[in-house]
Every structure is written in C-alpha cells, then in structure tokens.
Design a protein around this ligand. Structure first.
Ligand SMILES: [Zn+2]
Ligand SMILES: [Zn+2]
Length: 190
C-alpha cells in the first residue's frame, strides 16, 4: 500500500487538505484482521491537518458503505458510514521508549503507532500517518449492533432457522412465564 505520511514540520501555517479514496487504506487492515466486513460503496475521507503547538489538529469527514453480518441472523447488514471527527494529535514523547527505538533504528519502529499514536518519526521528523487516521475513524464509525433490518427476528434459539423467512415448528422457549412454570412441573413429574 502507498505511504500516506504527512510531515508535520512542513505543514503551511493554514494547514493542508487531503482527499483519500484509495480503498486499500481500509481493505488492507480489514484483510489483515480477518474482519467480516466488505466495502459496498467506496470509502472516502476528507482530512485537513493544521499545525498546532506540540502536535497537529486533525479534522475530517469519512463516508461510504459496508456490509457486515447482522447481529441477530448473520445475514448481510448494510451499514452507512458517515462520521465527522476533530482530534488533536500530540507529538509522542521524545523520551518514550517507542520513539527512542524508532529514532535509533532498532527493531519495532511501528511500536509508537501500535501504542495508539498516529504520529511516527521518520529520520527525526514527526509524520502523521493519514492511513492510520482513516482506519481508526472507520473503526469508530462502524455500528455496534449491525442489523439486516430494524425488526430482524433473528434465528430460532432451538433449531437455528432464520425467523425472517417464517416461523419454525419449535415451541417458543421464552416470553410467557406461565409456560416456564408448566415446563417446571413437567420436569418435576418425570
Ligand atoms: Zn438479521
Ligand atoms: Zn426453531
């Protein structure tokens, strides 16, 4: 994948705008983490980066559409992605072990990124990783409870049939406390 790092020290005073629509920015980590998530309408991010004391200000917007498994029936659930974000990216502490390692060219140069910072050092220059920004904002924009439709009936807990395509032959196992009492009696008798 292409490198989307922006040198923070080289930002003009009024900031810089970026349009990102390379689907690999999202597709690569989706595959890497083996996530059950397909891009159904291209993801696009518009990001502006402003220089600020001790870091930079990252403002942007992300939109697109993905298909996730429905939380109730596991069929396709279409989820619109639309989010606005504004965050201050602080320069990682120069004395932090991660930054130290990266500067000295030791192993694990990506440690700073893995530890949560979206700023990495390249030859002593702080670089904002726009691909990391796009990925993290995407993860935050994913629905917590994706549903194929708002009233998805889910799967039968007993036979596993998809109840959206009709009732199965099972006797409902819950809902009526009187049935629970009857079941209790039956169990007691046998
Ligand atoms: Zn469903
Ligand atoms: Zn059933």
């Amino acid at each position: 994948m292409q490198n989307y790092r922006v040198s923070i020290n080289d930002l003009p005073p009024d900031g810089k705008q970026f349009d990102l629509d390379d689907q690999d920015i999202w597709r690569t980590p989706l595959q890497e983490f083996e996530m059950d998530c397909r891009i159904s309408a291209p993801l696009m991010a518009h990001i502006s980066v402003l220089p600020a004391e001790g870091g930079c200000l990252v403002r942007g917007e992300l939109h697109g559409q993905v298909i996730l498994p429905c939380n109730r029936c596991a069929e396709d659930a279409v989820a619109d992605i639309r989010s606005d974000f504004e965050e201050f990216e602080e320069l990682p502490d120069e004395d932090a072990p991660a930054a130290e390692n990266a500067r000295n060219g030791n192993a694990t140069p990506n440690l700073a990124l893995e530890a949560g910072s979206r700023i990495v050092y390249e030859r002593n220059a702080p670089m904002l990783d726009l691909a990391a920004v796009c990925w993290e904002e995407f993860m935050l924009a994913l629905p917590v409870n994706p549903l194929c439709k708002p009233d998805c009936k889910g799967l039968c807990a007993q036979c596993g049939a998809n109840l959206n395509s009709g009732d199965c032959a099972c006797i409902p196992d819950e809902g009526d406390p009187r049935l629970a009492v009857l079941r209790g009696l039956t169990l007691h008798k046998t």
